[in-house]
Ligand binder design. Structure first.
Ligand code: FAD
Length: 708
């Protein structure tokens, strides 16, 4: 019997954080999408000791837990940061503990966990299962996309002859459906104090890939050896675009013949999520503790009184049972082994627990994919293209940020508003982030794994000052705020940092113009001097401004919701000055013209802000002007909803929340003003003069497709 066939715009393989972020974009942008995951329903039966009854619990408690401030800004742009913010534990402080002269651990310093002032959010900690839940709820609310569990691809073909044809479905994938039982991972269960606890080893990098095993089991069922008649049915899907977000063992990556390159180390780390019973005073702060002789531990305070301990269980030394450790012998790593290591490091403080929530073990390895896409049709993201240690809390954040970068680009190409040239920027932008991440992780994990220096002459030991400095610097990178994308058709760097070969000033990755899609003859350059606090290539920083119409204060970033729309932010300057008023009126005329980029690139019948939204922020006193003093194109209207009151803002003092001082913070002179182009993912594309309409038009013409 032949398999049923169907067409879909986007096929996502893997419903982890990277796949969920992609599906969220597709839901928001109304793109016909399917998302499949080989795993079944994520619930796990366990017996409650208190109530003596069987309950179900999310299978993926444990795993990643740290949400960096940039990730929270992204969640906020989709409307669910508040859920994470409320439920999570807030990590405010880091304490350093080191041995004193007598070898006893003492607190040697404290720093804030998130660098003050870099974001309106700070790092919080919440388990990955909850985060995946927020995505599922958002996707369900916005679309009819549903995660199809127990479904995995078994064959993949890309027709290279059709990749440049925008109407074609060049990807053909065979999908196989499993039964619920086949799709449920076998998890080791550890019994602690009468309660059965799952471990995370099946998802750890120490676990072998089980795809082949699942397929064998499915085939066996289909031969009539099982009870589930639904098992082992197949279907053929033709897709325009595909994402492999299927984790470190990525099937999609292997099918494409791409490799992960890098190295692994001998360090094995154990992770325990417990409710600790301890006299260690800093257990509710994030701590980096180096003992004199017994290794190091990282303490991560979590929600619901939980604490995560990351402990190096060194395999080159003898394990507690006296046997020598072998490199990947995870069978000898148990919660007890990990606890005993922690007790030694923390001595003379005591540590025990009655509640163990989750545990796992992993081996540090740093690898990056050789390619992030095949012909800009099939893309890889997340752990499928970069793996590293989890201690710096990066994997989930960077994985979600990969697809946050990619989703809107694919959606605009499918909708026909942008050309395929913008897709090249995905690999250019994200592979350099992955390389930076690996460098960071390499340094961070070695510093953490090393023993503390005994004195200034101890060259092999890690000095406290070196560790603290690396930690502080690392915090900026880890926050996600430092990301600075290089030049491309969608990032018009200023001339001085925009080398002939398109080199990225910030991270030194050199890319030929062809790779970043820039046609040299159409290059547009930013004038960074007009807004020194808004860096081209970085995310738009946030300060408070007031709505001109109702005086409500808003963080400017809150107005940059993730719906696939580009923004042109006009910082009109001080409109009590005649020159500023005239400049704004002139720009208004150009924008309102039937030939303007606003009109040309908006589909016929589409809302005025469906492709490019214009936001205006003026300096001065809100009370001196009314909405109707602004050119109509800046405060548009439609027949049903009337005037749009959410386009004009002012940098003025609010009644209840102080003064955001937007112009000062953004480095904009109110006597000159500036225009800023912001991508749908909040990264700054261009900064220029209000008088330079031509550069704005040329910028959008570089990659957008005329609609009318
Ligand atoms: P995954 O989360 O691995 O998701 C891949 C999905 O694809 C899975 O659902 C899987 O079932 C599915 N899949 C796999 N193969 C197939 C197939 N052939 N067909 C269909 N579906 C398939 N990161 C942080 O940012 N912060 C932290 O604090 C942090 N702590 C961590 C702690 C630990 C102990 C560990 C192990 C990891 C931690 N990480 C952390 C890393 C983080 O968990 C990963 O980087 C993140 O989950 C990667 O997301 P992903 O979507 O790329 O892949």
């Amino acid at each position: 019997m032949s398999s049923p066939e169907s067409n879909v715009d986007v096929l996502i393989v893997g419903a982890g954080p990277a796949g969920m972020m992609m599906a969220t974009w597709m839901a928001r942008c109304g793109i016909k999408t399917r998302i499949v995951d080989k795993r079944g329903t994520k619930v796990f039966p366990h017996r409650s000791k208190k109530q003596n009854q069987w309950l179900t619990k999310q299978i993926f408690n444990g795993q990643a837990d740290g949400l960096q401030c940039r990730t929270l800004e992204i969640f906020d742009s989709f409307g669910f940061a508040d859920r994470a913010w409320l439920e999570a534990n807030h990590m405010v402080e880091i304490c350093f503990w080191n041995p004193d002269a007598s070898g006893r651990i003492v607190r040697s310093g404290r720093i804030p966990d998130t660098i003050p002032g870099i974001s309106r959010f700070q790092q919080v900690v919440l388990n990955q299962g909850r985060i995946e839940r927020f995505f599922l709820d958002m996707i369900e609310k916005e679309s009819d996309i549903r995660v199809e569990r127990g479904t995995l691809p078994t064959a993949l073909h890309l027709d290279e002859s059709k990749v440049e044809d925008s109407d074609a479905y060049p990807i053909t994938v065979t999908l196989r459906h499993l039964s619920e039982e086949e799709a449920t991972p076998t998890q080791a269960a550890t019994s602690t104090n009468g309660v059965t606890v799952q471990d995370g080893l099946f998802r750890s990098n120490l676990a072998p890939d089980d795809t082949a095993e699942i397929l064998r089991a499915a085939a066996a069922k289909a031969r009539g050896e099982g009870l589930d008649a639904k098992a082992d049915t197949t279907e053929v899907v033709h897709a325009k675009y595909m994402l492999g977000a299927d984790g470190a063992h990525s099937w999609v990556r292997r099918e494409l013949g791409f490799a992960l390159e890098g190295e692994s180390t001998d360090y094995i780390w154990g992770v325990l999520d417990i409710v600790p019973i301890t006299d260690f005073p800093d257990i509710r702060s994030r701590c980096a503790i180096h003992s004199a002789e017994s290794g190091s531990v990282m303490v991560i305070p979590r929600e619901n009184k939980l604490v995560r301990l990351y402990i190096q269980v060194t395999t080159t030394e003898k394990l507690d049972d006296g046997s020598a450790g072998s490199r990947v012998d995870r069978s000898r790593i148990t919660p007890d082994v990990i606890l005993k290591s922690a007790q030694k490091i923390l001595a003379p403080y005591t540590l025990t627990y009655r509640t163990l929530d989750w545990w796992t073990a992993y081996q540090i390895g740093q690898r990056v994919g050789t390619h992030f896409s095949a012909s800009e049709r099939i893309f890889l993201a997340g752990d499928a293209v970069h793996t590293h240690s989890p201690k710096a809390g990066q994997g989930m954040n960077v994985s979600m940020q990969d697809t946050f970068n990619l989703g809107w680009k694919i959606a605009s190409v499918i909708k026909g508003t942008a050309g395929r040239s913008i897709l090249k920027s995905y690999e250019v932008e994200r592979s350099s982030i992955a390389h930076d991440l690996i460098k960071f992780d390499h340094k961070f994990s070695r510093l953490f794994s090393g023993r503390p220096a005994k004195d200034v002459m101890d060259e092999e030991g890690i000095s406290l000052d070196e560790f603290k400095e690396a930690f502080s610097k690392g915090n900026m990178f880890a926050s996600g705020i430092a990301v600075n994308y290089g030049p491309s058709v969608i990032v018009a760097k200023p001339l001085e940092s925009n080398g002939v070969n398109g080199s990225n000033g910030s991270n030194g990755v050199n890319r030929a113009n062809g790779a970043n899609g820039i046609d040299a003859s159409k290059k547009v350059h930013s004038t960074q001097d007009l807004a020194t606090g808004i860096k081209v290539g970085m995310r738009m920083p946030s300060v408070k401004v007031l709505n001109q119409s109702d005086a409500r204060p808003w963080h400017f970033q809150e107005r940059l919701t993730s719906n696939g729309t580009w923004r042109v932010a006009i910082f009109a300057g001080d409109l009590s000055r005649t020159d500023r008023k005239t400049a704004l009126a002139t720009l208004g005329v150009a924008l309102a013209a039937p030939t303007s980029f606003l009109r040309r690139f908006t589909p016929k019948g589409g809302r005025y802000d469906s492709v490019i939204e214009v936001l205006t922020v003026h300096a001065g006193h809100r009370a001196d002007l009314d909405l109707f003093d602004f050119p109509e194109v800046l405060r548009p209207h439609d027949e049903i909803d009337g005037w749009d009151y959410n386009k004009i803002f002012v940098d003025d003092v609010s009644y209840h929340e102080g003064h955001g001082e937007a112009y000062k913070n953004y480095g904009i002179d109110a006597a000159k003003g500036a225009v800023v182009v912001i991508r749908p993912d909040q990264y700054v594309s261009y900064v220029g003069s209000i008088a330079d309409y031509g550069s704005l038009d040329r910028f959008f013409s570089g990659f957008m497709i005329p609609q009318q």
